[in-house]
Write a protein that binds this ligand. Sequence first.
Ligand code: NIG
Ligand code: FE
Length: 416
Amino acid sequence: MLFLQGMRKLFTHIEQLHGIETSIASQKSGKEMNAVESLEKAWLLVEQGKIASWGSMQTPMPGADEEINLQGLEVLPGLVDSHTHTVFAEPRSGEWEMRLKGISYEAIAEAGGGILNSAAKLRSMDEELLYEQSLWRVQRMLEHGTTTLEIKSGYGLDTASELKMLRIARRIGNAVSATVKTTFLGAHAVPPEFKGNREAYVQHIISEMLPAVCEAGLADHMDVFCDRGFFTPEETLQLLEAGAEYGLPAKIHANELGITGGVQAAVKAGAWSADHLEHLGEAEIDCLRNSAVMPVGLPGTSYFLGIPYADGRRIIDAGLPFALASDFNPGSSPVCNLQMVWSLGCSQIKLLPSEGFNAITINAARSLRLENSTGSIAVGKQADFWTTETRNALQSVPYFFGINHAESVYIGGDKI
Ligand code: NIG
Ligand code: FE
């Protein structure tokens, strides 16, 4: 009977079990975003890594192979970070200091810094060292309650280096118990070899890089930086159509630097998400209204670059869903802590704490089309959750910003 051990785990004495769903929603939109269900003084049963049931401590508890007394901690579902650039070579603190002296992010990029600076460093970096450093960063993310994350390429910008980044992202996915999804972002910037010839680079991505990435099975989605000074909406659509032929769903970096048609391109491409959205007009909101594209805000970027915040308040008030992610990267958002992103979403975008919670759980899961397996405490979903000593966690975690509120993190019911 040894093989049965640990199959059924019962977590007891949970002060508050947050984010439970009895009727499962694929996403939360508009006013629904302010609703989060919690149960006081609860137990939670996990069977073979999945959530089997929960109930009040006052009702009879099911039998289990193992019982874990959580001694009055509160429990929240694992956080989902749907947009990260976690595989990178080095911090860009020198550029940060330049920006502190008044030089803009765009000016630094135009002068060959920014993404191209990261690409030069990454190309020459030893794969093993890059893996180890990236894995270390992912472990820090998990410590803060993230149990599902996405990692993009885009600091390679040549076939070998993009493959190197995606291999590392896949290796990380195999090394940690968290769910890791990968995104091919060859169209992140035009590399020096193609300087002044963006059209040729677009063709190079389509004819060489994309096939190589897909043959190796290294990408789950494709992304394009569709913005002023980077790729046009037309090029974006051309690239994403080529990706779709390989079965890659689209995600887009849209409207970070201006109203540049990225949202419309996302809708046309049937993208799973349009991310950034620091610049947004009525036409963009209307366009999103008639689509299944998840709008994703990245407040760490606005904080770090000093640019406007994605107006999630307006998006939600228009009846739309809204998700938040870290955009963890060395140039525009060196934050790997989704609790902090939640707090920025509240204090800067004016999301209510429960709206911010839905933005980093169920809606973030939806932006990766993982809403059936994670993003809430629901029967049949992965038993991914974190515990906290913080009382009234739904308000207090984003309120007391800048500290890690996670006491322990569980993935598939196992403590990491
Ligand atoms: O999402 N905007 C494009 N890409 C990243 C930043 C890349 C960088 O500066 O290294 C972002 O902000
Ligand atoms: Fe990004």
